[in-house]
Ligand binder design. Structure first.
Ligand SMILES: Cc1cc2nc3c(=O)[nH]c(=O)nc-3n(C[C@H](O)[C@H](O)[C@H](O)COP(=O)(O)OP(=O)(O)OC[C@H]3O[C@@H](n4cnc5c(N)ncnc54)[C@H](O)[C@@H]3O)c2cc1C
Length: 444
C-alpha cells in the first residue's frame, strides 16, 4: 500500500504525520516542487520577521489533541512568546520543519514537480517534471495557495516590466528598492499588510497607494471576553439573509454586555463549515456576491502591532487606501502610470508608480492557474472546478468528485483546494482536523 502526497506545506506534512502514525510501514511519497517551501508551504517560508501569524500562538498547535504543542515547542527552542502572541510566520515554518524532520526516516521526500496523474486499474502513476514516475494506490492533492492572477487592463509589456510584481510572495519583490520610490499596491488585504510591514522595516519614505474593490482596511485583533456558543440559534438558517440578521442580533446583544463583535465572529468559526454546507448553491453565490468582503474583514484580522504600524503610516500621510479598480497601466519612461476608477463616483485618477505589487490574493479558480498539473488534471477530467470556482470539486470529506459527481476512493484533496466546498478550511485550526480525517481515509 502506498500513498503520494503532492505538496509539502502544512496540509501535506500534517496528513503525512497522521498517516505514518495510523499505518506504520505504509509507503508515503511526499512531493514538493519548491525547494525553499519544503515543510513550510507558501505562508511560512517568508524570511521576513515582520510577517506575523494572524492567529495567536495558543491556537496554532499542529495537533488538536495537544493544544500546547506549539507553545511548548517555542519554549524548548528558546523563543519567548505567550499564548496571545502573534509569532513571526518564519518561526512557524521552523516548527513545521521540526515535524517534517521527525517524519524523514519514515517517508520518501521528493523535490520535484508533479505534472500529471494517470490511472491504471488499482494504481496511479504520478508523472514528475524530471521525467521520473511514481506509482501509488492513493493520492492527496495538497496543492495549497497559488500566486495571484494578473489583474485586468495590464498589457503583456507591463507584465514583464521590472517595476511590476505579479507575485507578492517572490523574494525579489523589493529588489533594488530606492527609499523614495512610489509604490502602488493592488488589493488591501493581508498580503498588502505584509508588504507595508516590510516597507516600514526598511524605513521606506516614498508614497504608498493601495486600491481595492471595497477599500476596506483589515481589522485588528483585540482581546475580548468570549461570546457564548450560539450555533443552536443559527443551525436552521438556510439563507444568507437569515444568517446575517441573526449575526447582527448577536453582535448587538454582545455589545450590550460589553463584549466585542470579534468574539461573536470567533464563536461561529467552529461551525462555519457546517453552516456553509447547509446553504444551497444559490445562497453560497449570494454570500460570495454580497457578504464575502465584509466577512473577510471581520474574520481575517491582523495583529494589533501590525495594525498600529499600518495606521501610523496612513496617519502621517505616507499611505492612502482607496476603493476602486485599476483600469489601465502604461509605461511612462521608466515609471508606470496607473489609471484607476474610484468606486464612489467612477472618476478616473492616476498614480505614477515606481513599483506595482499585485496583492489580490491567491488565485483559486483552477481554470486560471497555469501550473501544468492543474491544467492536465482538468483536461483529463481527473479534477473539476467546484461550482463557485474557488478550488477543486470534492465531497466534504476530501474525496475528489468526477464530472458525474461521483467521489473517488483514490484521489483526495485538502485545505485551500477545498474552499468552495467548506469555505472555512484554509487556515491551520481547520487543516489540522482535516488532515487527521483524510489520513484515516488514506490509511483504509
Ligand atoms: C501569505 C499567507 C499567510 C497566511 N497566514 C496564516 C496564519 O497566520 N495562520 C493560519 O492559520 N493560516 C494562514 N494562512 C493560510 C494558509 O493557507 C494555511 O495556514 C496553510 O499554510 C496552507 O497550507 P497548504 O499546505 O494547504 O498550502 P501551501 O502552504 O500553499 O503548500 C502547498 C505546497 O504544494 C506545493 N505544490 C503545489 N503544486 C505542486 C506540484 N504540482 N508538485 C509539487 N508540489 C506542488 C507548493 O509548492 C506548496 O509548497 C496564510 C496563507 C497565506 C497565503
Amino acid at each position: 500500500m502506498s500513498v503520494a502526497i503532492i505538496g509539502a506545506g502544512v496540509s501535506g506534512v500534517l496528513t503525512c504525520f497522521h498517516l505514518q502514525r495510523l499505518k506504520p510501514g505504509i509507503k508515503i511519497y511526499l512531493i514538493e516542487s519548491n525547494a525553499s517551501q519544503v515543510g513550510k508551504g507558501l505562508a511560512y517560508s517568508t524570511n521576513d520577521e515582520t510577517h506575523l501569524l494572524n492567529v495567536p500562538a495558543g491556537k496554532m498547535s499542529a495537533f488538536p489533541e495537544d493544544p500546547a504543542h506549539f507553545l511548548n515547542w517555542l519554549v524548548k527552542n528558546n523563543y519567548f512568546f505567550s499564548e496571545d502572541s502573534f509569532v513571526p510566520r518564519k518561526i512557524y515554518g521552523n516548527y513545521m520543519m521540526s515535524i517534517l524532520d521527525y517524519l524523514r526516516p519514515f517517508i520518501t521526500l521528493i523535490n520535484d514537480e508533479a505534472v500529471d496523474l494517470t490511472k491504471k486499474e488499482e494504481q496511479i502513476k504520478i508523472h514528475l517534471a524530471s521525467g521520473e514516475n511514481i506509482y501509488c494506490n492513493k493520492v492527496l492533492l495538497a496543492l495549497g495557495n497559488f500566486s495571484p492572477s494578473p489583474v485586468g487592463g495590464i498589457s503583456s509589456q507591463i507584465k514583464f516590466h521590472t517595476g511590476y510584481h505579479s507575485d507578492p510572495w517572490k523574494e525579489t519583490v523589493f529588489n533594488n528598492l530606492e527609499p523614495t520610490e512610489n509604490i502602488f499596491i493592488i488589493g488591501s488585504g493581508l498580503t498588502m499588510v505584509d508588504m507595508v510591514m516590510t516597507l516600514s522595516k526598511l524605513n521606506h519614505l516614498g508614497k504608498i497607494l493601495a486600491v481595492s474593490t471595497h477599500g476596506f482596511l483589515p481589522q485588528a485583533h483585540e482581546k475580548t471576553i468570549p461570546y457564548t456558543d450560539f450555533y443552536a440559534d443559527l443551525k436552521n438558517c438556510n439563507s444568507v439573509n437569515s444568517l446575517t440578521i441573526k449575526m447582527h442580533r448577536h453582535i448587538a446583544r454582545a455589545a450590550r454586555k460589553g463584549i466585542n463583535w470579534r468574539a461573536v465572529v470567533d464563536a461561529i468559526r467552529p461551525h462555519t463549515q457546517v453552516l456553509w454546507l447547509h446553504l444551497s448553491m444559490s445562497e453560497r453565490k449570494e454570500f460570495m456576491d454580497k457578504i464575502r468582503h465584509i466577512w473577510g474583514v471581520a474574520r481575517h484580522r491582523i495583529p494589533a502591532e501590525s495594525y498600529t504600524i499600518l495606521n501610523n503610516i496612513i496617519e502621517k500621510g505616507q499611505m492612502e487606501l482607496k476603493a476602486g479598480r485599476v483600469v489601465q497601466i502604461t509605461q511612462q519612461k521608466n515609471k508606470l502610470l496607473v489609471d484607476y476608477k474610484l468606486r464612489v463616483n467612477q472618476k478616473t485618477e492616476h498614480f505614477l508608480a515606481d513599483r506595482i505589487i499585485n496583492c489580490t490574493g491567491p488565485e483559486s479558480d483552477y481554470g486560471k492557474v497555469s501550473m501544468t498539473l492543474v491544467q492536465q488534471l482538468l483536461r483529463n477530467k481527473i479534477i473539476q472546478c467546484d461550482p463557485l470556482r474557488l478550488g477543486i470539486n470534492a465531497a466534504p470529506d476530501g474525496r475528489v468528485v468526477n464530472e458525474h459527481n461521483i467521489p473517488s476512493d483514490k484521489i483526495y484533496t485538502i485545505g485551500p483546494c477545498m474552499k468552495g466546498i467548506l469555505w472555512e478550511c484554509t487556515a491551520v485550526p481547520e487543516i489540522r482536523d482535516q488532515s487527521l480525517a483524510i489520513a484515516q481515509k488514506l490509511a483504509e
